[in-house]
Design a protein around this ligand. Structure first.
Ligand SMILES: [Zn+2]
Length: 300
């Protein structure tokens, strides 16, 4: 056995269990906060879409901004309850999508009331001389959308202006909603793959990462009992921990094969890209990293 192998190489540390628990503040403060933020986004989008609405671009950008913001809010406030995070994505997307149309509907109602008032004033002044009728005031959100679909939704495409009428207008609204939903779901999905520490209630984050020369990579691979190809060259490492450094810590090592030059992932136990270390194992790995410091180029 290699002299640097850990005391008991067959000992496998289990990854941190599950996510955070549902708490009253996550339900009563964090979730409503996300929904309020989504309402703000809906307002900004409805203002922006009056001057800038190239087909598909705006909803996609909104989905990306919304997804990134929800992930940031989750990390910032260490909200670790996964079902609440998914609920926040669902509600926020619904608020952004429905909110935009609702703001359009409210604006149409205000405009219809203003016109009606003007019409009545003019009629009172000039009596029978004033004829004609006003377009009907939308009775509800659905009624407003039906009217908009009938009139045709103006679309800016690369081929110029186009008006989507009837069913086509409803289809474009549905596609827009999906374009908001998809990036938000993908971003949250990736964010939730990160482990959460129940002990100290924090998301795991990269505490240490950088490059290693082949010699240091070999020492680490030996200590972790990882198979390493002879052609393996320079490597990169990453150590992830929770805020308080509770065990277990995650460690990943990847290196470039000298022959192909392609970056290869180490074949870790448990079929994962990350090896989980207990306190003793982590201390040993950190010691090796410290000893190899002269050959390291830390990223953080
Ligand atoms: Zn912890």
């Amino acid at each position: 056995m290699n002299s640097e192998a850990l005391n008991d190489p067959t000992r496998v540390t289990a990854p941190p269990a599950g996510g955070g628990r549902g708490t009253w503040w996550a339900w009563c403060i964090w979730l409503p906060g996300c929904v309020a933020f989504a309402a703000l986004v809906a307002w900004a989008v409805s203002e922006l879409s009056r001057s800038f609405s190239p087909l598909g671009v705006l909803p996609l950008a909104v989905g990306l901004v919304l997804g990134a913001s929800l992930v940031a809010l989750m990390r910032l406030f260490q909200m670790g309850h996964r079902p609440t995070a998914w609920l926040a994505v669902g509600l926020s997307v619904a608020v952004v999508v429905v909110g935009q149309h609702w703001l359009g509907y409210r604006a149409a109602v205000v405009e219809a009331d203003r016109r009606s008032e003007e019409f009545q004033k003019t009629q009172a002044k000039f009596g029978e001389l004033v004829r004609g009728s006003l377009p009907p005031r939308p009775a509800s959100l659905v009624d407003y959308l039906r009217g908009e679909a009938q009139r045709g939704r103006p679309l800016s495409t690369v081929f110029g202006q186009y008006s989507a009428k009837g069913a086509l207008a409803w289809i474009t609204w549905t596609v827009d909603a999906l374009l908001v939903l998809a990036p938000a779901v993908v971003m949250m999905g990736f964010a939730l793959r990160r482990p959460f520490c129940r002990k100290c209630g924090s998301w795991y984050a990269t505490r240490r990462s950088g490059s290693l020369d082949a010699q240091a990579a070999r020492r680490l691979a030996a200590a972790l009992e990882l198979p390493l190809e002879d052609s393996a060259g320079a490597a990169r490492y990453r150590l992830i921990c929770c805020n308080q450094g509770c065990a277990p810590s995650g460690f990943s090592l990847s290196w470039e094969g000298n022959s192909s030059g392609a970056c290869k992932r180490a074949p870790y136990p448990l079929g994962s890209e990350i090896v989980w270390l207990d306190d003793q194992q982590r201390t040993r790995i950190v010691a090796i990293l410290d000893e190899s410091r002269n050959s390291l180029t830390p990223d953080s």
